[in-house]
Ligand binder design. Structure first.
Ligand SMILES: [Fe+2]
Length: 398
């Protein structure tokens, strides 16, 4: 037995109007101040006004959402007692909303009650439907059951995963009106997050035929449309397809999971507060090299060779090792084409800080569940070397 879980997905221009068809009148909107300032909240509330739905707004979600913020939103949600919970924003907003939704459905729960091994959480949605409306094209959080919430413990911010398949939103509305205004740097960082979800997802130990097919399509779309959106951020077709790619990759990795690129990226983000997509985007090349270099088995070589062949990057007759290495070459070419950073050093972290924090970075890796699904098991020394190689921008040769 295996699983493929998905929200109901409505996508393309004007998909926001689907809200008319969702039963219930009282909407609790979870968002952040930037979304409000950008005018996106007004786009949503205008739609709600048009369809005669009432609403209350929580707009205090912060990047890397913290437990305190989630509990504050839960408090307001419980008081308001909505029929629909609307998440309008990026990964932080959607993660917050999923946890708030769960704590609203089960008001007796604390955060630690949310875990993968309880059957009652499959019964989400009795009090409210959850609608995720991504405003960036990257996280895929509108499709997934994993949330990342930070807690301050033992003098350090730690990222906790709260997860259950019941946390998948009821609906994902993927309307390109929202990412149209994304600045160039964010467009690149989020697109590399899509690639990290897809390329790690194809290698994950939980990969399956559903997730593989979707990951392949998402990679194809990013390689086609990121250069176009990079040159012309207002290109509607590129924005629409990158937005779809993020959701498609979300379905892929939501059902296969990612692995050590995200493990290392979560550690980097936790300590230096570097954008998630930038961190995992930089690390993707290094972790892919690492798993291709596995001295004990050639599974990863076969997987990435097939990927390169399916995408037409090499001929079907090409040898597997060379074909797998083409994936690395294509990643580098794309990074160069869109001026994306290629080493962790370029995220602005000084060598002094990096060396001081290296042990903490590695320790955080042990606390990240993503690491268990890597096709090449990774020890502390290897985590350390991966950080060092990625910091220097050096090809992984171990
Ligand atoms: Fe990610």
């Amino acid at each position: 037995m295996w699983f493929f879980f998905s929200p109901n997905i409505i996508y393309g221009p004007d998909s926001i109007d689907f809200i008319e068809n969702i039963s219930g009148d009282k909407c609790f909107i979870i968002t952040d101040k930037i979304i409000k300032e950008l005018g996106y909240l007004k786009i949503l509330t205008d739609v709600l006004d048009k369809f005669g739905k009432t609403y209350e707004v929580f707009d205090d979600v912060l990047p890397d959402p913290r437990a305190e913020g989630v509990l504050k939103a839960r408090e307001q949600c419980l008081k308001y007692s909505p029929d629909i919970i609307l998440a309008l924003g990026g990964g932080s907003v959607m993660d917050t909303a999923k946890v708030v939704w769960c704590l609203y459905e089960f008001p007796e729960f604390s955060l630690d009650d949310i875990h993968a091994f309880r059957s009652d959480l499959y019964d989400m949605g009795k009090k409210a439907k959850m609608v995720a409306i991504p405003t960036t094209s990257g996280t895929g959080a509108e499709t997934t059951f994993v949330t990342v919430i930070s807690r301050y413990e033992e003098d350090i911010w730690k990222k906790y995963l709260y997860l259950h398949r019941g946390l998948i939103p009821t609906y994902a509305i993927v309307d390109p009106i929202f990412p149209m205004g994304m600045p160039s740097e964010l467009t690149i960082d989020t697109a590399f997050d899509i690639l990290a979800h897809s390329i790690e997802g194809i290698g994950s130990l939980w990969k399956n035929e559903f997730s593989n097919a979707l990951a392949l399509k998402a990679i194809e779309l990013v390689f086609k449309y990121l250069p176009i959106a990079y040159k012309d951020g207002k290109n509607q077709e590129a924005r629409d397809f990158l937005h779809q790619a993020a959701t498609i990759a979300g379905l892929a990795f939501g059902n296969s999971q990612v692995h050590i690129g995200h493990t290392l990226g979560h550690s980097w983000g936790a300590i230096y507060h570097v954008h998630h997509g930038k961190s995992v985007g930089i690390l993707l090349k290094y972790v892919t090299q690492f798993i291709i270099n596995d001295p004990d088995k050639d599974d990863a070589i076969k997987i990435y060779a097939k990927l390169a062949k399916q995408l037409g990057w090499v001929s079907w007759g090409e040898g597997d090792k060379k074909a797998a290495e083409k994936v690395i070459e294509k990643l580098i070419d794309l990074q160069k084409e869109v001026n994306s950073p290629m080493s962790l050093k370029e995220t602005g972290v000084s060598r002094e800080d990096f060396e001081k924090d290296l042990d903490s970075l590695v320790n955080l890796c042990y606390q990240d569940a993503s690491s268990v699904l890597t096709p090449r098991s990774t020890n502390g020394e290897q985590f350390k070397k991966l950080f060092q190689y990625a910091y220097e921008g050096k090809d992984v040769d171990f």
